[in-house]
Ligand binder design. Sequence first.
Ligand code: FAD
Length: 479
Amino acid sequence: MASIVVLGTGFAGNTAALNLKKELGDKHDVIVVSPRKNFSYVPSLVWVGVGSMQPEKTQFDLEPIYKKHGIIFKEGAAEEIHPDSRDQYVVVKYSDGKTEQIKYDYLINATGPKLNYVATPGLGPDAGYSDSICTLPHAVKTRDNYLKAVEKMKQGKRQKFVVGTGHGMATCQGAAFEFIHNLEFDLNRRGVRRNADITWISNEPALGDFGVGGVVIKKNGNLVSGKLFAESTFLEKGIKWVERAHVRKVEEGSLDYVNIEGEEGKLDFDFSMLIPPFAGIPIAYIDKDGNDIKSQMCVPSGFMKVDADYSSAAKPFEEWKNSDWPKKYNNPVYKNIFAAGIAFAPPHPISKPFKAPDGTLIVPSPPRTGMASGIIGHTVALSIIDIVKKGADEPTQQASMTEFGAICITSMGKSMTRGSAALLTMDPVVPNYEKYKFGRNLNYTFGDIGLAGHWVKYMLHYLFMWKMKGKFLWQFIPD
Ligand SMILES: Cc1cc2nc3c(=O)[nH]c(=O)nc-3n(C[C@H](O)[C@H](O)[C@H](O)COP(=O)(O)OP(=O)(O)OC[C@H]3O[C@@H](n4cnc5c(N)ncnc54)[C@H](O)[C@@H]3O)c2cc1C
């Protein structure tokens, strides 16, 4: 009997666990560890943050679902991984302070990001002055602060809104872009838009980069850049923007930034939503002699090393190759440990990095979206299934972000009659200039904007909640 331990219940971990159990049945144990027993549908937090979706609609309890599927669930946080002992194990800490050693034959680290607010002084909703929509509790706090600003506008007071990224190396520009459009849409809906000044700030080298090196799409036979698309949406809605910027510090009611050219600036705000940079979840890696082997297992930001070429990070942007990117997602030293979703360390950014004259690096970190996380979680699960059932001596399945595509549906306003969303497909996620002139296959890279996009986005919320609940025919819903 094999024991497969999955750390995390996000898109990557939950997809892996459901697939593993479906194929491995009762003969093998699938054990899931997570400090939260709820699955959170993070993409809809952009709606929670402006009060257009009830928080409880974005999450559900995984415990009964795992019970039904025969998956063992442990509600605790992985604190240590001991990959080197004869019996390899994870140390899990529970909320009552007790710990347990859980042995594994195969381990999937799908712990997602640590929201690294401390990287920018004053950033974040807990110890700082900005809001965030990366977790449900933070999205609820964002909504409350947003509604307070709306109340002031109803009394005729002007309010300043700043939305974007809170650090030169933050990711998730797409989520912030969705939020600023939903905020603008909602202010119109509430009849207070005329009292609002809205500004976008981001670390992207240009608007519409989204951390994936921008995108060129074919529309009505013409080539259109993501930059043109993003700029036109802001121009149309009267949203100002600051690009290529690293936020140096946030204070009550203002932030300071420096841009790639070295220009310094300050933005005042009454409300701000700034996405933080991400780091790996702090888990210790310890060898059989008790030595700390984290540097062997993880890159300095704490994400786990997999089968990528990390030496490529030292090369200039022009020399980065598709082969730098991982395919199988297992650790090069301990090959029975995999990392999926945000937990794996990308070899380098996707977008071109820039440095401000003072040496500050300004470049979006690569997004590992929900779809990519699901695909990678599924791929890793299929490899482990082949190893366990067929005796394969190494992972059999591959999914490189330079080869698979993604569908991004960017909500720009939630309403079944007046809402809209930009539907964008890109193939592949990481531009492949070795294969395609514009980095992507233009036959499968296209975009459109309109009400139909909103319906698709809304439908996907329920479709993926269904899949993540492992309900009837869940396995036929694509990752
Ligand atoms: C506001 C917002 C909107 C987004 N919109 C979209 C979108 O429209 N489309 C899209 O594709 N992507 C979107 N994304 C990105 C998407 O949400 C992420 O890519 C996805 O959630 C990553 O999945 P994951 O499983 O890697 O990590 P997570 O979802 O972060 O899951 C990590 C899991 O690990 C658990 N964990 C943490 N620490 C430990 C520990 N010590 N031990 C065990 N478990 C632990 C957590 O509790 C959690 O269950 C959005 C992101 C944000 C923030």
